[in-house]
Design a protein around this ligand. Structure first.
Ligand SMILES: Cc1cc2nc3c(=O)[nH]c(=O)nc-3n(C[C@H](O)[C@H](O)[C@H](O)COP(=O)(O)OP(=O)(O)OC[C@H]3O[C@@H](n4cnc5c(N)ncnc54)[C@H](O)[C@@H]3O)c2cc1C
Length: 457
């Protein structure tokens, strides 16, 4: 591979926006999870689609790997430079390109973060709902097909990206989708690139679906005696068709972490955190229906949060759950798992997982976007402790097998990256080979984020 040659050729094109400083390489070689550092050989900071295409053409001619970089918050080592190469950091491509309030859509560059996007949209009365908690970029979120607390109401990135601009591995620029809300024109290329983890091309613009800011929002939190009662409440709420905007489970260990980290003063029991969107009357009705179901399942201490500052305190605490959990055992890293099952199998999946973790020496608090049948546990592992890492991987392996046995998926939202390729065959069968054929057709030199998602990649 001509990595050094590619770096030399890129320098006059990008000038100071091609960095080989050790701190930049280290920053783009680390991750939020347990994977060891894998730095790139250089970091490119393009400012336009044309520059991205130029970078790709040079790297293609030299056989140099290219790894897209958004905010680096992905959890399966997705953005690490496994075989070296150029990390393409999109932080300078972070502009809003167009807002179309009448059509409720907008077009953005990939490096805009979810929080900045919603700040830009605030005055329009519209918002973009997909919320993975971390302040990720829209390019990274599309590439991992992210979702989060609001997916139960608004769907995932799959449902909310309506078009893309992509630079392919040979430097061609394509546009997928239109601004129309539906189309029957051929293969759905937008869906192909959403969730491709940067293995098929680099996204340089996204057209997104927007929603009207709800007239009324109410949030709330209540405690349950056990996880099963909380999960039963979730299942009944979803089955009754209450249009929850968020319904999140945190177990007693996570609550203990909140109390220590955020001074939450909550009873150390499993809790559900909920949010309702709609008209004043609609929100009141939804809250009442949820409250009745929760009470039937023995919930106590329901507290509502209607003021914006109370709600933002509640969701900030939830979004920081990972860091609160890490503080239960300072110095550890989390091996974060992510299974998603049909809602009818959720209680079983959580109970089996809890029993498995309880029988192990590791700590693994559970949190979940349970309205989607999705939950995570962060298995706390001391860096460098191979024995603990082995136990964590075995627990994670059994969770993946459990998800498949119960008719679910090994990842509801975090993606495959380097960590979950071992399950692709079991989940997709020959479909995984089809993904490989698509990859070979679009990127025969295997330059786009090699070592991720695919067989032998
Ligand atoms: C505390 C915490 C909580 C989280 N909670 C959730 C959650 O609730 N739901 C959820 O879905 N995820 C969650 N995540 C994971 C993470 O936030 C998501 O995976 C997010 O979508 C990653 O976006 P990013 O901008 O950080 O992308 P990165 O990590 O930088 O990149 C992710 C992948 O996308 C590729 N990529 C980035 N930009 C481009 C581009 N322009 N073109 C092509 N490929 C590109 C990268 O090569 C990589 O493969 C959480 C992470 C943390 C740390």
């Amino acid at each position: 591979m001509g990595i050094a040659e590619a770096v030399a050729e890129l320098r006059p094109v990008l000038g100071e926006r091609l960095s080989t400083s050790l701190s930049d390489l280290a920053l783009h070689g680390q991750n939020e999870s347990w994977y060891p550092p894998m730095p790139p050989d250089a970091v490119a900071y393009p400012e336009s689609t044309e520059e991205v295409a130029a970078i790709v053409r040079i790297c293609a001619a030299q056989g140099c790997p290219l790894i897209g970089w958004g905010a680096g918050t992905s959890l399966e080592g997705h953005a690490l430079a496994r075989y070296g190469g150029i990390s393409v950091d999109f932080s300078r491509m972070n502009r809003m390109l167009a807002i179309n309030p009448e059509d409720m859509d907008c077009t953005v560059q990939p490096g805009i973060t979810r929080e900045d996007l919603n700040t830009e949209l605030r005055a329009t009365g519209l918002f973009f709902p997909v919320d993975p908690g971390a302040n990720a970029t829209l390019g990274g979120m599309a590439s991992t097909r992210a979702s989060g607390t609001t997916a139960v109401r608004y769907g995932t990135m799959r449902d909310n990206v309506i078009g893309l601009e992509v630079v392919l591995a040979d430097g061609r620029v394509i546009h997928t989708g239109t601004r129309a809300r539906k189309s029957a024109a051929g293969y759905d290329l937008t869906a192909l690139f959403v969730g491709a983890e940067g293995t098929l091309g680099l996204i340089t613009a996204l057209t997104l679906r927007l929603y009207g800011q709800p007239e009324a929002i109410a949030a709330g939190i209540c405690a349950f005696e056990d996880v099963a009662s909380a999960v039963d409440t979730v299942i009944q709420t979803i089955q009754m068709g209450v249009p929850m905007a968020r319904i999140e489970l945190v177990d007693a260990d996570t609550v203990r972490a909140f109390n220590g980290h955020a001074g939450a003063e909550m009873p150390e029991k499993p809790h559900l955190l909920v949010e309702f969107h709609g008209t004043e009357a609609g929100v009141a009705e939804q809250a009442e229906m949820f409250g009745a179901l929760a009470a039937e399942n023995g919930a106590s201490g329901y507290r509502s949060a209607t003021k914006p500052e109370e709600r933002s305190r509640l969701w900030k605490m939830r979004h920081n759950a990972y860091y609160a959990i890490l503080s239960l055992r300072p110095g550890t890293k989390g091996l974060t798992t992510d299974l998603c099952v049909p809602i009818s199998r959720l209680a079983e999946a959580i109970e089996e997982t809890r029993a498995d973790i309880a029988a192990s020496p590791l700590m693994g608090p559970i949190v979940g976007h349970v309205g989607d049948g999705n939950f995570h546990c962060a298995l706390l592992v001391e860096p460098g402790n191979e024995a603990e890492l082995k136990i964590a991987k075995e627990l994670s392996h059994r969770m993946a097998e459990r998800a498949l046995r119960l008719g679910g998926t090994v990842t509801g939202e975090h993606g495959i990256g380097m960590g979950k390729t071992a399950y692709m065959e079991a989940e997709h069968g020959a479909g995984w080979d089809v993904m490989g054929a698509v990859k070979r057709a679009l990127d025969p030199g295997n330059l786009m984020n090699p070592g991720k998602l695919l067989r032998g990649n």
